[in-house]
Structures are given as structure tokens and as C-alpha cells.
Write a protein that binds this ligand. Structure first.
Ligand SMILES: [Zn+2]
Length: 143
């Protein structure tokens, strides 16, 4: 770092010129160290303000996310309750469907199409009870 003596020398040699002016200003700044301390403190305060604003924004985002999470959890609880109710209703309907079909042995019990013939054209229309049994069997496979 350049010494105060050297700065004083430049100030006297270049008095009235740009370098002399800069040297004089630099000497003044060195004398007024308190000014520099104030500037540093201001910068420090400004940085702290920026950090505080950043922290406040982060907290706001976190609270927003927490709110969103709570809403999602509530929706999930509602959806689960609804799903449980639908499963119970579905089981009840399957039981009733099985009850309506009763004992059904193809092809002798098939009434809508008559006995299955093995002829693809004649057997195009499916028996409602067989269709229902196929449906129940397919659901059984998916559990
Ligand atoms: Zn049938």
C-alpha cells in the first residue's frame, strides 16, 4: 500500500492537476476513516436487509407449500373415504348380481340364446347370465 508520505509528495508535485486532486482526495479519505467505516456499515446493513427480504420470501414460499400440502392431504383423505365407500358398494352389487344369476351352467341354463351351438353366427348374441359371470370372473382376476 502506498504510504501517506508518497501521497503527500504526489499531491504537492501535481498540485492543480488531476493526479494532485486524486492524491488529496485519497489523503482526505485516509484521514476520515470514520467515513469509510460508515460506508461499510451502510453496505453491511443493506446486505442484511437483502438477506432479511430473501428469508421472508423463503418463509412465505414454505408456508404456501405447507398450505398446498395440507390441502392435498385433505383431498387424499376425502378420496380414500370415497374409494372405500365405492368398494363397499361394489362388493354389495357383485353379491346381488351373483344372487340374481343363481346357479347357471352353460349351455343348459342359458335362456336368452338357447343352448350354445358352437356355431359362431348362432351364438353371436351372448347370454346375459354368462356375460355377468364372465364379468365377475374378470374382476376376480384383477383383485
Ligand atoms: Zn348362460
Amino acid at each position: 500500500m502506498i504510504s501517506d508520505e508518497d501521497i503527500k509528495y504526489f499531491a504537492s508535485v501535481h498540485a492543480g492537476g488531476a493526479i494532485g486532486e486524486m492524491a488529496t482526495e485519497l489523503l482526505q479519505l485516509r484521514e476520515d476513516k470514520t467515513d469509510i467505516e460508515y460506508i461499510r456499515a451502510d453496505i453491511h446493513d443493506a446486505e442484511i436487509d437483502v438477506l432479511k427480504a430473501d428469508l421472508a420470501a423463503s418463509i412465505a414460499v414454505r408456508e404456501e407449500m405447507q398450505l398446498g400440502g395440507n390441502r392435498m392431504a385433505e383431498s387424499l383423505r376425502f378420496a380414500r373415504a370415497e374409494t372405500d365407500a365405492l368398494k363397499a358398494e361394489n362388493a354389495n352389487l357383485e353379491f346381488l348380481l351373483q344372487h340374481v344369476i343363481g346357479d347357471h351352467c352353460a349351455p343348459n341354463d342359458c335362456y336368452a340364446t338357447g343352448p350354445l351351438t358352437g356355431n359362431p353366427i348362432a351364438d353371436l348374441v351372448s347370454c346375459p347370465s354368462c356375460a355377468a359371470l364372465d364379468y365377475l370372473a374378470s374382476k376376480e382376476g384383477h383383485r
